[in-house]
Design a protein around this ligand. Structure first.
Ligand code: LR7
Ligand code: MN
Length: 579
């Protein structure tokens, strides 16, 4: 039961399955030796940076950059060093009441200092690293709709306190038409407050609710630094977060770099370090998901966990990009509304059009992961997310868009709008195909590179269809009447002999066994099936048994049996088939 109540699967949670792990504490292998300090930047010095330079960044000598914290980092208030805040029982009712405003524990957040201290969560190897003595400047762009005061300002303060000052051009806050009680603190009060901060902070406002994508485009337009760094409005940047992001772009300006996104608990505001062994993927529904980094990427990095990690996709909220490259590569799709889809859209676009997407594992930024969204989606959540995803599927997914439409048939009826500007962009940039992306960037993807069939699987005798019944890995696959709608009845029969539905594959471990849905492992074994088009049998390769319709009709579970050529073992995999 993970991600179930999170839109787009954006919540960062432990998965009960093997290859989707997230938050695990890191062991600090080497402690930092202060004596190795070789250079400290002047807090007041706003240069040198690389003002006025673009396209190529000059190579230069290395140094240790240092932030210039404005406020002492220990307040004596709860939550210091990223610790959990516990609300006394007598305030529980108030806590629950306030929780609804933002879908996180606002009472706890309000108790914590805006400057709270955090521990240095980096791997030992990261703390030793030096970065170019000349780095480009960055503008931080933070968009928000109905954000709480304490989370927004803690984000701002964490940037100010933990970024080397010469690198920080400005912070741009974009208020996406916050309403009601939020308008009180996000209006003049915010403007007056930020005017007193020790770095330039600008507040922009959208004319009407425009969604995070267009709000970011507005923010980006005003950026004066050479690099745009986007953050969500409920983040906390940790020690050394910025230098790894900027220096990767210096090495290759077509690199889009994300930090490791740590977890700030929505219940206690505890800062929980995330694993450096996860990267971004996606499923057939086009939900962004975290998966374990495969061995091949560890090998490419020669086992160095501090080396930048190439990731197939990004979560979307936290990343740095060269400003000129941002526009060169097509910024964002302005046709996307409110929330969702832009993260995968940009991920595919960057990879397919000649850039690269990385996680700088030495950069850690915390984010408050919520279980549900507090704000409205005008027009309906599903409608908006389906619209955004359909746009990206139409532009970037080629034939693999059918996986999305089949598993999410509701998306077929949502108007995608005009996508010609985006298809023109793909043409103009001479981007590679989605097949190229699957082959070269994401061979581990749930979307199979080669497949024979995508559709429902019908039994000749019962005329029923295989159905996942929405069950999860480890459960039995079911069977029910064919509804022709796709969704839980869509399976792909792949060239690797898998019968898959999204993350899961049909799997049997004995010759008479139940047939289960198990997370696809891509290694054949219990997940290899042979479809014989002539006999219409689906043979389990390991056991030689045949997939058979359920024994009696009250248990709707298909089974494995010795092959007998009867109709109960005959299956139709053909989209054009009608009884
Ligand atoms: O209409 C809106 N206008 C906005 O300005 C809706 C939202 N927003 C703001 C909002 O206030 C917040 O600052 O946009 C930001 C992101 O919205 P969240 O925080 O409600 O959603 P999220 O954290 O689930 O968003 C993740 O997915 C989004 C898909 O569109 C964006 O890419 C977010 O940036 C992204 N967040 C992250 O990547 C942080 C890690 C989460 C994960 C995985
Ligand atoms: Mn967020």
């Amino acid at each position: 039961s993970f991600y179930s109540d999170c839109i787009g699967g954006a919540c960062k949670k432990f998965d009960d399955n093997d290859n989707t792990i997230v938050a695990e504490p890191l062991i600090d292998e080497n402690s930092f030796n202060e004596k190795q300090e070789d250079s400290i930047n002047e807090p007041q010095n706003r240069g040198p940076g690389l003002e006025g330079m673009s396209q190529t960044y000059r190579p230069n000598t290395l140094k240790r950059w240092r932030p210039a914290p404005v406020v002492p980092q220990i307040s004596g208030r709860p939550g210091e060093m990223g610790k959990a805040v516990h609300i006394p029982p007598e305030q529980e009712t108030l806590m629950k009441e306030r929780f609804k405003l933002n879908q996180f524990n606002l009472l706890a957040s309000d108790m914590i200092s805006l400057n709270r201290s955090l521990s240095d969560v980096r791997l030992g190897g990261c703390k030793q690293k030096r970065y170019p003595a000349l780095l480009p400047t960055t503008s931080i762009v933070i968009v928000f709709h109905n954000e709480a005061w304490s989370t927004l300002l803690r984000t701002v303060w964490s940037v100010i306190n933990r970024s080397p000052r010469p690198l920080l051009k400005e912070i741009i806050l974009v208020d996406d038409s916050s309403e009601g009680v939020f308008a009180d603190h996000l209006g003049k009060k915010l403007e007056d407050y930020v005017a007193k901060l020790p770095v330039p902070v600008h507040v922009l406002r959208t004319e009407k609710r425009s969604g995070l994508i267009r709000a970011r485009l507005l923010g980006a337009k005003h950026v004066q630094g050479q690099i745009i760094t986007f953050l969500d409005a409920h983040c906390e940047c940790t020690e050394g977060w910025l230098e790894p992001l900027l220096s990767r772009i210096v090495e290759d300006r077509k690199t889009v770099v994300c930090p490791i996104i740590d977890v700030i608990s929505d219940e206690t505001f505890e800062y929980i370090t995330a694993s450096d062994m996860t990267w971004g993927g996606f499923n057939w529904k086009l939900n962004f998901r975290w998966y374990r980094v495969p061995q091949r990427e560890m090998d490419r990095r020669k086992g160095d966990r501090t080396a930048p990690l190439r990731t197939p996709t990004m979560a979307g909220g936290l990343f740095s990009i060269d400003k000129e490259y941002f526009y060169e590569i097509g910024s964002y799709d302005e046709g996307m509304d409110i929330w969702g889809g832009e993260n995968l859209e940009m991920s595919f676009r960057v990879w397919m059009c000649g850039g690269q997407l990385e996680i700088a594992t030495c950069s850690h930024v915390g984010h408050v992961f919520r279980k549900s969204t507090p704000y409205s989606f005008p027009g309906g959540t599903n409608r908006i997310v389906n619209h955004n995803n359909a746009r990206l599927a139409e532009v970037w997914l080629d034939q693999w868009k059918e996986f999305y439409y089949n598993i999410n048939p509701g998306a077929r009826s949502v108007p995608v709008g005009d996508i010609s500007a985006r298809t023109d962009l793909r043409e103009k940039l001479q981007c590679k195909s989605f097949r190229w992306y699957l082959e070269n960037i994401y061979p581990e993807s749930q979307m199979p590179l080669d497949y024979y069939y995508l559709g429902d699987i019908r039994n000749v005798e019962s005329k029923n269809c295989l159905d996942t019944m929405g069950r999860k890995s480890g459960d039995n696959v079911g069977m029910t009447y064919c509804h022709n709608l796709g969704g839980n009845q869509v399976f792909a029969y792949t060239k690797r002999q898998q019968i898959m539905s999204d993350d899961n594959c049909l799997d049997a471990s004995s010759r008479t066994g139940p047939v289960k849905l198990v997370r696809c492992h891509g290694m054949g074994g219990n997940q290899a099936w042979m479809y014989d088009e002539h006999d219409r049998t689906i043979v389990h390769v390991n056991t030689g048994s045949c997939l058979t319709k359920p024994d009696n009709s009250d248990v709707n579970l298909p089974v494995l049996k010795a092959c007998n050529r009867e109709e109960g073992q005959q299956w139709i995999m053909n989209s054009d088939f009608r009884w």
